[in-house]
Design a protein. Structure first.
Length: 249
């Protein structure tokens, strides 16, 4: 069994320095040099100690981040979970709520889209909230404005269908493209385009951006699963694991 680092250092120094020298603030230059040399020799002989220390540090940092995230979610719970301007789907009475910040031009949002849909379909007891969070340029904002305008004019069901279509849309969301999309869902394209430029739509985007800033969210997708904050893409298995963990508390 290898000695622990403190034991190895003390044992080595006991051979060369007086016992009183172990007050680290009272070492002379020679004693301090010997102490440093002992540390160096020990680490060179046992480099795995460094990796163990890094692992402990990373674990502590992860625990602290999780605690900080829980506090952030708690402080913004009303804006996250009770916002009347965001689409609510899945099971409105579900026992677990997931909030997703989305950008329609985000590749990882598109990757997560079908997996989120699969989770909602197979679980059946999840309340899902979408936050329009366009951060990738003009096309992102145009898409979000179109979606929000649809929600305000046509309601949840049509918004959900349009949101799905926008997430899968390959061409740039130019006016002609969006007009065809509106026609395909029997929307009044002129009314939707007029609504897109109103304060009512701008305020939704501004509120979501302010919420994201308060929560230090700067990328998409970002998920909030009850009190857990997950920044970045989360595969289906990961979603299931977190939902099960939340339910098991």
């Amino acid at each position: 069994m290898k000695p622990t680092l403190p034991f190895a250092l003390v044992a080595g120094l006991m051979l060369t320095t007086p016992a009183t020298a172990f007050d680290l603030t009272d070492m002379n230059a020679e004693e301090r040099s010997a102490f440093r040399a002992e540390i160096r020799d020990y680490l060179l002989e046992n480099p795995e100690i460094i990796m163990e220390a890094v692992a402990v540090l990373e674990q502590r940092q992860a625990q602290q981040q999780a605690a900080d995230d829980q506090s952030i979610v708690e402080n913004n719970a009303e804006a996250l979970f009770d916002d009347p301007n965001s689409w609510v789907g899945g099971n409105p009475d579900g026992d677990v709520t997931i909030v997703e910040f989305i950008d329609y031009r985000c590749g990882y949002c598109r990757r997560a889209h079908d997996e989120v849909a699969q989770l909602l379909e197979t679980d059946g007891n999840i309340r899902m909230i979408l936050k329009e969070f366009p951060i990738l340029g003009a096309d992102s904002e145009t898409s979000s404005r179109f979606a929000i305008a649809t929600l305000q004019l046509a309601g949840d069901e049509t918004y959900h269908a349009v949101s799905d279509a926008l997430m899968k849309l390959k061409p740039s969301p130019e006016e002609a493209v969006l007009r065809r999309l509106a026609d395909s869902f029997d929307l009044d394209a002129d009314a939707v385009f007029a609504r897109m430029e109103t304060d009512a739509v701008s305020e939704v985007i501004a509120d979501n951006r302010a919420l994201a800033q308060r929560m230090s969210i700067n990328g998409t997708p970002t998920f909030v699963v009850e009190d857990q904050l997950v920044r970045g893409y989360m595969p289906l298995d990961g979603m299931i694991e977190i939902v099960d963990e939340v339910r098991g508390r």
